[in-house]
Design a protein around this ligand. Structure first.
Ligand code: AMP
Length: 114
């Protein structure tokens, strides 16, 4: 497992506001929310970023998305809508080297992103 903040959350070495967990993924509230709903969905497997994902990771990548959609329903933002974001690399503002899907909702968002 990589040595980064999300690896430590997955290992339960540091606390997080966990909203979902199964054998493959974990979801927890973002510590600095950018929207009324801002949850991060992460694979338990050490995948540093989407560019490092392998074909064999496709089942867990799909699971990240269906878990995110389920959490959106749970948080009551399915009807108003939401955005799923994966940042990769410096131009996208990636800051934690463990793959994560941002679930953002609860307010209207602009497009294109800044
Ligand atoms: P990114 O910029 O796409 O790499 O997203 C990283 C996200 O992780 C940011 O939105 C941070 O606010 C969030 N974050 C950093 N540390 C923590 C933490 N300890 N618990 C929850 N979220 C965190």
């Amino acid at each position: 497992m990589g040595d980064n903040i999300f690896a430590k959350i997955i290992a339960k070495e540091i606390p997080a506001q966990i909203v979902f967990e199964d054998d493959r993924v974990m979801a927890f509230w973002d510590i600095a929310p950018k929207a009324p709903v801002h949850i991060l969905v992460v694979p338990k497997k050490d995948i540093p970023n989407i560019g490092a994902a392998q074909t064999s990771d496709e089942p867990v990548l799909g699971h990240l998305l269906t878990v995110a959609a389920q959490l959106a329903r749970q948080e009551g933002i399915d009807a108003t809508g939401y955005r799923l974001v994966i940042n990769k690399g410096p131009h996208a503002g990636e800051s934690v080297p463990h793959l994560h899907v941002h679930l953002l909702g609860g307010r209207e968002m602009g497009w294109p992103p800044g």
